[in-house]
Write a protein that binds this ligand. Structure first.
Ligand SMILES: [Zn+2]
Ligand SMILES: [Zn+2]
Ligand SMILES: [Zn+2]
Length: 101
């Protein structure tokens, strides 16, 4: 929720709108049919419509188990359980083995 809410001066800023919620307004703007060529100068138009501005992706769920994230990045070792390097921490940090899961 935006702390300024209805008094917010950035309600026509799509980046701000994607990050903060405002009473009576949708989280995301509707893409304007005219985009850059838009001539609609009504003050509430940019508050409701989107004109191709770049919105950085919002970070979500960054608190997911970091251990899980690390495990998912491992490449399955081509030797599987026959691997002779399973005691090598450098190797197991890069490759996953069926027996270690
Ligand atoms: Zn705001
Ligand atoms: Zn427009
Ligand atoms: Zn291996």
């Amino acid at each position: 929720m935006c702390s300024d809410d209805q008094a917010c001066s950035k309600r026509s800023d799509p980046v701000h709108r994607a990050e903060y919620r405002h009473t009576g307004l949708p989280d995301y703007l509707i893409p304007c049919h005219f985009q850059d060529a838009c001539y609609d100068k009504k003050p509430d138009h940019p508050i409701r419509f989107f004109h191709g501005e770049e919105i950085p992706s919002i970070k979500k769920h960054s608190t997911l188990g970091s251990d899980n994230a690390r495990k998912r990045k491992l490449t399955p070792c081509m030797y599987g359980n026959e691997c002779r390097f399973m005691k090598n921490p450098q190797h197991t940090a890069t490759y996953s083995h069926p027996s270690s899961e």
